[in-house]
Design a protein around this ligand. Structure first.
Ligand code: SF4
Ligand code: SF4
Length: 416
């Protein structure tokens, strides 16, 4: 029930109820919230606290899948280049997105209907569709851009229609020429996409961060502590954009997502179309299981993902990857696993893309001095993990900052 920023959804089914594919089972609570739908036909086995990748534990509806259940069919072939977003009103688009439970699938988890609600005081002049997944190992967005080009295009045009904005960029890293070419062709053949352009961004980490991408595409800096709409820009991930098209055109809720399974510690790597709620263990089993030298299972990529010890956690709407690292792969990044005292080398400051002082923030957060951490702009951290990656003392700098941000959000009641 907690797969998004904002109030958790509230279960609206009871134990032993039958549920069907696409049925709403958790209702949104308030403006900043999102409903949850069943991805399968089955019976509600329990409604209970369940392991959660971010919050530790959270309310969940556990469904025993009907043995006759059939996997959802991919919908990308439903979109042609004659797509015209003008047949939908802005209000219709926002309502459909809210009803479908769409949230930022690039990891942010912010309810998309809130983002796409036009605000006359802060009009959106540029939309950037974010195809820069930028972390090593992850390729789910790349595959979607190649295979679902027209669907993503339809979602981008719908976002533009909702915000009355025709200036749309599809941002793609310059090491993915095939994806860029696919979009150039789609734009050429789609009359409604006249204002859409492909923006090639340098391949570097963390290019896919909202601020970095806005800077790279438009040259505009989002002020520290500010959000993209303040500078007239909206950024939406490609998976979210594809889900927008399904919600508006097919009235389809968000119940599946593409997940990359990668790393040297898994038998079979690939991109998989997965029912949301699937336990991580089931997906790992489907991929042939862990290899004997598997050391760490990460939800997400090696830079921003976090290690999980309990493989019963579900794939959520925001989880685009499972990375299984071997001892050798971890060893490539860190010479020893042992943490030593900070030697004040300043490397973490040099690499921080937001120009923060990571060591000071992490020290304050670790010692629960959250007011001090906030005075160093802790909430502006984009959790890219660069500081931890370069730290010769093996200090989990970004981990301390991430925990600090959760603690502060809890204190302010923005998180369960
Ligand atoms: S994780 Fe570290 S490097 Fe990245 S933004 Fe936060 S403080 Fe800066
Ligand atoms: S990189 Fe590590 S050792 Fe160097 S200043 Fe930052 S925290 Fe200290």
């Amino acid at each position: 029930m907690s797969q998004h920023i904002g109030a958790p959804a509230e279960p609206i089914v009871a134990k032993k109820d039958s549920v069907s594919v696409g049925q709403e089972i958790g209702s949104a609570q308030g403006f900043v919230s999102a409903p949850v739908h069943s991805p399968v036909n089955g019976i509600v086995k329990d409604i209970a606290l369940q392991s959660h990748p971010v919050f530790g534990r959270a309310a969940a509806i556990i469904i025993a899948v009907d043995s006759e259940d059939k996997p959802q069919v991919v919908t990308a072939d439903k979109y042609g280049n004659d797509f015209n977003p003008q047949q939908y009103s802005a209000e219709q688009i926002c309502q459909a997105i809210r009803k479908a439970g769409i949230v930022g699938m690039g990891g942010a988890g912010f309810p998309t209907s809130v983002k796409l609600k036009a605000n006359p005081d802060s009009p959106i002049e540029t939309i950037i569709i974010n195809g820069c997944e930028c972390e090593p190992f992850i390729t789910c967005d790349y595959r979607m851009m190649l295979e679902w080009t027209q669907q993503i295009m339809a979602g981008a045009l719908l976002a533009g229609r909702a915000l009355d904005c025709g200036n749309i960029y599809i941002a793609i890293e310059d090491n993915k020429p095939a994806a860029a070419e696919a979009f150039r062709l789609a734009i050429e053949k789609t009359p409604a996409a006249a204002g859409t352009k492909v923006a090639l961004a340098e391949t570097k980490y963390p290019q896919g961060g909202e601020r970095q991408l806005i800077q790279a595409v438009t040259g505009i800096d989002v002020p520290v502590g500010g959000i993209p709409p303040m500078v007239g820009v909206l950024v939406a991930n490609v998976a979210t954009t594809a889900a927008i098209a399904d919600a508006v055109v097919l009235n389809a809720p968000l119940i599946y997502r593409v997940v990359t399974v990668a790393g040297g510690g898994i038998e079979k790597c690939g991109n998989f179309y997965v029912p949301i709620g699937t336990p991580v263990q089931e997906l790992i089993d489907f991929c042939g299981g862990l290899k004997s030298d598997a050391q760490k299972v990460l939800l997400g990529g090696p830079m921003m993902g976090f290690a999980i010890g309990d493989l019963s956690v579900p794939i959520t709407k925001t989880c685009g990857a499972i990375t299984v690292l071997t001892e050798k792969e971890i060893g490539n990044a860190k010479s020893t696993g042992r943490q030593t005292p900070c030697i004040r080398c300043g490397r973490c400051l040099d690499v921080c893309p937001i120009n923060l002082n990571p060591t000071r923030i992490a020290h304050a957060a670790e010692h629960q001095m959250f007011d001090v951490a906030e005075s160093y702009h802790m909430t502006a951290c984009i959790e890219c993990g660069c500081c931890s990656y370069v730290c010769p003392a093996n200090i989990e700098i970004s981990g301390h900052i991430k925990t600090g941000k959760i603690m502060v959000a809890r204190q302010k009641k923005r998180m369960p």
